[in-house]
Design a protein around this ligand. Structure first.
Ligand SMILES: Nc1ncnc2c1ncn2[C@@H]1O[C@H](COP(=O)(O)OP(=O)(O)O)[C@@H](O)[C@H]1O
Ligand SMILES: [Mg+2]
Length: 170
């Protein structure tokens, strides 16, 4: 199988990250799971807020990390969202307790901060976004289309940012 398509986007500002997030939002469908990996302050919540805004979620300025509750639901936009923050996740049983499987029922798209806290998220993620804080207001956004079904839409949405060249095989 071909390597998944990957973008390496050099974001110079919060606004630019928001534009990338809004573009990705336009490619999302119910059942998509977007993993947002990055250190504290990398811009994961900024990204989620921009997705919610782009989808027309009312009052999405109120979007904040559900650090203690693990999940927030945002309805009323063009696409229903679930926003997870797994920073404080104990184990995958706890994920089950918040109804993770039900959230995957295909009615919402999921945005998951600290996805690496759970093996399960890695198994179901359709888009992986790594935000590298390279100092001041610069971030490198590494976007990977994990599910081939999401790739054409992402390609179209991210047309202003050409995909990274693939490393030679072997
Ligand atoms: N290029 C950028 N992209 C995203 N956020 C940025 C950028 N430059 C600076 N920032 C700032 O970094 C912080 C990111 O915070 P937040 O999204 O809460 O991080 P996280 O959820 O990853 O812990 C915000 O204060 C934002 O203004
Ligand atoms: Mg956050």
């Amino acid at each position: 199988m071909d390597a998944p398509t990957r973008w390496e986007i050099d974001s110079a500002s919060e606004d630019e990250t928001r534009r990338v997030a809004a573009a990705i939002a336009s490619a999302l469908a119910p059942g998509d799971v977007v993993a947002l990996e990055g250190t504290l302050g990398a811009g994961k919540t900024v990204f989620v807020r921009a997705v919610a805004d782009a989808l027309g979620v009312p009052a999405s300025a109120g979007v904040s990390s559900p650090s203690y509750t693990l999940v927030n639901l945002y309805d009323g936009g063009r696409l229903a969202l679930a926003h997870l923050d797994l920073y404080r996740l104990g184990d995958d049983d706890e994920l089950e307790a918040i109804g993770f499987r039900d959230l995957l029922d295909g009615e919402r798209a999921l945005l998951v901060e600290w996805p690496e806290r759970s093996e399960e998220v890695g198994e179901v993620a359709t888009v992986w976004v790594r935000l590298d804080d390279v100092g001041a207001s610069r971030r490198i956004l590494v976007v990977t289309a994990l599910d081939p079904a999401v790739e054409p839409g992402l390609r179209e949405a991210l047309a202003p940012w050409p995909p990274a060249r693939r490393a030679p095989a072997g």
